[in-house]
Design a protein around this ligand. Structure first.
Ligand code: GDP
Ligand code: IMO
Ligand code: MG
Length: 428
């Protein structure tokens, strides 16, 4: 691990290379002991990052996943949308787990936008109205909160410093949305709850851009914790079946105010197969009993919504696209242990569109619908690999699988996940 950390440099990004839930939280947690600060730059509580330490499970939604390490500072950047009530609950849960000083280790950007209950109501109502054309959002109000931000009527954390203005803005926005969406929205109960916790939140607010700039200048190390994944990025994902913020490497610069030169390394996280929750194109989706078998073996149920995740074969075309655009220096291939005993394993090596071979994800929905996928089949392995101590300990077929994937995505696989525990990673 030391050699890898050394190669990646001072400030490292962890970015999902597929459609989310690749195991970003686990690597963030496992690396956090070597970093001073862990910073979230995009999304909100649509993220669900699972960490398992000595059999105990923690799920982080808006708080950075590195906070289990005593002394780590967690930053929630300006690019996020924060449900302050849910965040306070997440803080309480961590406090109950023994992290008594947790509040003093969290910094929230004054520029971060506040996500309110009406955003969730609108999110769910719009999905309901779309019927079978729905995006399959997490229902956490993400799209409507970013829509308010882009329309320049969003409520920012800074507004909490002026109670009268804060309340007035919430009431105004609520009235506007009630009319726009023909919904019954009454913010008074939520306003009362927010005012109750405001004195707890205020000390956590600061100019996180300035804080990060100064800490980085002093030589402090920062881990940038990606949420969602490159294929769900608002611009680079499979639009419109995407989330509503820039979640790939570029989002670090906008979502934290960090200069590109201060991102010294990028790690892409990809499962040894592929999953997706919600609707949208999924070229390698397996279907039938085999998909259900993989779902059960991999416990593929959402950490945020509990929904069954759609399961597919590893898609080397999509991951290579993420590697190229996000500038991934290495990949952490996760959940290789899940493929033990699964029989033959397939990998998508190229797409075929109108009879032509293509090696990148098409940009139009029409093309995505017509896409055919070409696979290479690999022999599987039966051995339980969860106790392997090094890459060389793995069965030959597992090693060959990793080496073949590495070649197809044109990026070194330097970390391999073989279990849920923070220590269940092989480095090479
Ligand atoms: P994230 O959103 O990218 O942080 O990922 P999630 O936490 O939503 O989903 C990943 C799931 O896989 C979690 O339940 C993790 O505990 C689990 N996980 C992560 N890495 C591994 C691994 O290498 N092997 C196994 N078996 N499970 C893993
Ligand atoms: P982590 O960080 C998997 C998906 C939703 C939906 C689309 C839009 O745990 O990997 P949204 O609620 O953001 O408007 O939903 O994006 N989605 C995720 N899928 N993991 C996530 O986060 C996700 N966050 C959003 O399922 O398809
Ligand atoms: Mg997740």
């Amino acid at each position: 691990m030391d050699k890898i950390l050394n190669d990646l440099g001072q400030n490292v990004a962890i970015i999902g290379a597929q459609w989310g839930d690749e195991g970003k939280g686990k690597l963030v947690d496992s690396f956090s002991g070597h970093f001073d600060i862990v910073a979230r730059f995009s999304g909100g509580a649509n993220a669900g990052h699972t960490i398992v330490v000595d059999g105990k499970k923690y799920v982080f939604h808006i708080l950075p996943s590195g906070l289990l390490h005593k002394g780590t500072i967690g930053v929630i950047g300006n690019g996020t949308v924060v449900d302050l009530l849910d965040m306070a609950k997440e803080l309480d849960d961590l406090k109950d787990s023994g992290l008594a000083d947790i509040d003093s280790r969290v910094k929230i950007s004054l520029r971060a936008h506040v996500l309110l209950d009406y955003h969730k109501k609108i999110d769910n109502e719009l999905e309901r109205r779309k019927g079978d054309k729905k995006i399959g959002t997490t229902g956490r109000g993400i799209g409507p909160a970013y829509a308010d931000k882009a329309a320049r009527r969003g409520i920012r954390c800074e507004d909490l410093l002026d109670e009268e203005l804060f309340v007035e803005k919430i009431r105004e926005n609520c009235a506007l949305h009630a009319k726009l969406y023909d919904l019954d929205l009454d913010p008074e109960e939520e306003i009362a709850k927010l005012l109750k916790i405001k004195d707890r939140i205020k000390p956590l607010l600061c100019d996180t851009r300035k804080f990060l700039y100064e800490e980085i200048k002093k030589g402090k190390k920062v881990l940038f914790e990606g949420a969602q994944a490159h294929q769900l990025d608002l611009d680079h994902g499979t639009y419109p079946f995407v989330t509503s913020s820039p979640v790939s490497t570029g989002g670090i610069c906008t979502g934290l105010g960090v200069a590109p030169r201060n991102i010294s390394g990028v790690i892409g996280i990809a499962k040894a197969y592929c999953t997706r929750v919600g609707s949208g194109p999924f070229p390698t989706e397996i279907g039938g009993d085999q998909e259900e078998d993989l779902r059960q073996r991999g416990h593929e149920f959402g950490a945020t919504t509990g929904r069954p995740r759609r399961c597919g074969w590893f898609d080397a075309v999509a991951v290579r696209n993420s590697v190229e655009t996000a500038g991934m220096d290495m990949i952490n291939l996760t959940k290789l242990d899940v493929l033990s005993g699964f029989g033959e394993i397939k990998v998508a090596t190229k797409y075929i569109l109108d009879g032509k071979e293509i090696f990148s994800v098409p940009t139009t929905r029409k093309a995505m619908r017509k896409l055919e996928v070409e696979y290479q089949t690999f022999p599987g392995w039966d051995e339980d690999i969860s106790n392997a101590k090094s890459f060389d300990d793995l069965p030959e077929n597992a090693r060959n699988y990793v080496l073949a994937v590495e070649k197809l995505i044109d990026c070194p696989i330097r970390a391999i996940g073989i279990g849920v525990e923070r220590t269940a990673i092989l480095f090479r």
